[in-house]
Design a protein. Structure first.
Length: 298
């Protein structure tokens, strides 16, 4: 029998007044309150779940990790395949919460109660735009395909945010996580993880769990992981920045819609003000690609 593979999301309601008030109370620098990190005028999670259900029906349950007691208003909370988990259920240390740092929250994924041994981690701005087989995540010999390898998996310096080169083009996409290895990599880097957990907001010297995982799997667990060359990955993936200029956005999104990839990331780069015309263009694009409501919508 083929083992079940679940999906896990992290999500926050950046319009929640109590969230905004608490974030302002703890912030120490203007970049802490960068709206691009918290806002979602596009309703991304709704469409990401539609894409998941339509194009990866082999996935099992969906775990949504969020701040207590948040959940999207449209979410069917009693869905039999949904597990709503709050930060305080998985945070291992006193004083860690509240956290507004996505890197800290991602480090807790292996603690999701009952999540499958292998699960697919999705940000809410990731989409599956065409049918994605299980084999997209597994090599023919059963090893986990590790995406995002651009300059070599042995360069551990990629773990941190500050770099001379950006690897976002190949790093923003779903990750198949081996739960035991996600935990083991953190045990091996316990001092660094402890420092990360003190950062309530993202900062330049954050340990990046997703990058550490790639390095860990390909340097320490090569028998169970296979590097996926960036050029092969980019055949089936797209990374799109949502920037000002509605005409350019419509052209770029139209090109994606004509040849939908397996994996798509829509990265919010609109700056402090979200141009309503661009927002509507993105929403129209998502409605076109994923018109059918998922069973997770009430």
């Amino acid at each position: 029998m083929t083992p079940q593979i679940d999906a896990a999301y992290t999500w926050v309601d950046g319009t929640d007044p109590s969230f905004l008030e608490e974030a302002r109370r703890h912030s120490q620098a203007p970049q802490d309150l960068n709206p691009e990190r918290f806002r979602d005028p596009y309703d991304l999670l709704r469409y990401s779940l539609r894409s998941l259900e339509a194009n990866a029906p082999w996935l099992g349950r969906v775990f949504l990790l969020t701040r207590r007691a948040q959940a999207p208003a449209w979410l069917k909370r009693d869905h039999p395949r949904l597990r709503l988990v709050h930060h305080d259920e998985v945070a291992p240390e006193r004083g860690m919460l509240p956290t507004f740092n996505s890197n800290v929250i991602e480090s807790l994924l292996h603690r999701l109660p009952g999540v499958s041994e292998h699960f697919v981690y999705m940000n809410d701005d990731y989409f599956l735009c065409s049918r994605v087989p299980r084999e997209a995540f597994y090599a023919p010999d059963g090893r986990i395909r590790v995406f995002g390898t651009l300059v070599g998996e042995h360069i551990r310096g990629r773990v941190y945010e500050r770099q001379l080169l950006s690897f976002g083009l190949v790093e923003h996409g779903p990750v198949l996580i081996d739960r035991a290895e996600w935990q083991r990599m953190q045990e091996d880097a316990a001092d660094e993880m402890a420092k990360l957990h003190l950062h309530r907001f993202r900062q330049g010297d954050d340990l990046r769990p997703d990058r550490l995982y790639r390095w860990h799997m390909l340097s320490r667990r090569r028998e169970s992981a296979r590097a996926e060359p960036f050029w092969r990955y980019l055949r089936n993936a797209a990374f799109h920045k949502v920037t000002p200029g509605v005409a350019g956005q419509r052209r770029a999104l139209g090109a994606i819609a004509r040849r939908p990839p397996w994996f798509l990331c829509l990265n919010d780069d609109l700056g402090p003000g979200a141009d309503p015309e661009v927002v509507e263009a993105v929403r129209a694009f998502l409605r076109e690609l994923f018109p059918r409501p998922s069973s997770f919508e009430a």
